[in-house]
Design a binder for this molecule. Structure first.
Ligand SMILES: Cc1ncc(C[n+]2csc(CCOP(=O)(O)OP(=O)(O)O)c2C)c(N)n1
Ligand SMILES: [Mg+2]
Length: 313
């Protein structure tokens, strides 16, 4: 999964830079282990809710790559029929309940889904993925409290990549220890290495088990780093295609690349051979080419349909 996500994310770089992709795109490169590790534990009818950086969440939950790429290319065949673009990925049939550009905008929705699950007693778990920037939104505290009070089966997954847009975390928070946010509400709260897919998987498995037993909610902080810019391939501020983060910091995190780490683990434990790994990469590249061709071959929505699906009072 991590290889599929990386392959599709990197395939967007050129179409973004040459203007073929017209919507803002927040690439997930570097953070793949979080979505893959968490979603590997979930069942199809569990729920996830995303953010503005949710390509990885959508794919890891089982969303079809073709429909995602078509959506990012704003085509009628996209998962939101080309009306939403990169930040409005949705597929309720596989439990991907939506991603939105509003920071913190889906946290309360995940809590609502978990409440519904409790009322129906169907043991479905809801996961809310959000960034470190969302920890400044009041809705997070309200959601933590309501979820804890009602023992809801919801997992709050904060992907702490140390930056919200171009602001270092120290400029928006007094403490870097985001996982401590759940503690005053009486929630199980943990920090994990978000670039280690196995560690994320183990923590998510424990969290899901607790939730299914009625012992939720759980707060998980996943420490990670984005290897591309905040929006687009780099931190393109006023046309300068350079990353404004310290080069030494980027290099440090490059060494912790979640995919390279997983590959090293697979080699060491002889889980797959070098040839088999190469085969997986080739398969992913083939799937990406197919999805790009599908998107490029699809029509844009009809102009006269511009008012469709728009809320009218
Ligand atoms: C409520 C709200 N405030 C501000 C913004 C502008 N904005 C878009 S992304 C972003 C930063 C989000 O940072 P973080 O939550 O850490 O996610 P990351 O981009 O690092 O994945 C901001 C401030 C917004 N979209 N919504
Ligand atoms: Mg962030």
């Amino acid at each position: 999964m991590v290889i599929r996500i990386r392959a599709v994310e990197e395939s967007f770089v050129d179409p973004i830079l040459n203007g073929e992709i017209r919507c803002p795109v927040h690439l997930y490169t570097g953070q793949e282990a979080v979505a893959a590790g968490v979603c590997a534990v979930l069942e199809k009818d569990d729920y996830i809710f995303g953010s503005h950086r949710s390509h990885g969440h959508y794919l890891a939950k089982g969303g079809p790559m073709r429909e995602m790429v078509a959506e990012i290319f704003c085509r009628d065949t996209g998962c939101a029929r080309g009306r939403g673009g990169s930040m409005h990925l949705i597929d309720p049939s596989i439990g991907m309940m939506g991603s939105v550009p509003i920071v913190g905008g889906t946290i309360a929705l995940a809590v609502g889904a978990a409440l519904a699950s409790n009322i129906r007693n169907d043991k479905r778990v809801a996961v809310s993925f959000f960034g470190d920037g969302a920890t400044g939104e009041g809705v997070l505290c309200e959601s933590l409290n309501f979820a804890a009070l009602n023992k809801l089966p919801v997992i709050f997954v904060c992907e702490n990549n140390l930056y919200s847009t171009h602001l270092l975390i120290d400029e928006i928070r007094v403490s870097r220890k985001i996982y401590e946010l759940g503690i005053p509400f009486g929630e199980q709260s943990h920090r994990v290495d978000g670039n280690d897919v196995l560690e994320v998987y183990r923590a998510a498995r424990k969290a899901v088990n607790l939730c299914r037993k009625g012992k939720g909610p759980v707060f998980l902080e996943c420490l990670t780093y984005r290897m591309r810019g905040h929006v687009g391939p780099d931190d393109n501020i006023q046309g300068a295609h350079t990353d404004i983060r310290p080069p030494a910091e980027i290099e440090k995190w490059r060494k912790k690349d979640p995919i390279k780490r997983l590959e090293r683990h697979i080699m060491k434990k002889r889980i797959a051979s070098r040839d088999e790994m190469e085969e997986i990469r080739k398969e992913a590249d083939k799937e990406v080419l197919d999805a790009l061709a599908f998107a490029r071959g699809s029509d844009f929505p009809e102009e006269e349909e511009v008012g469709l699906y728009v809320f009218k009072n």
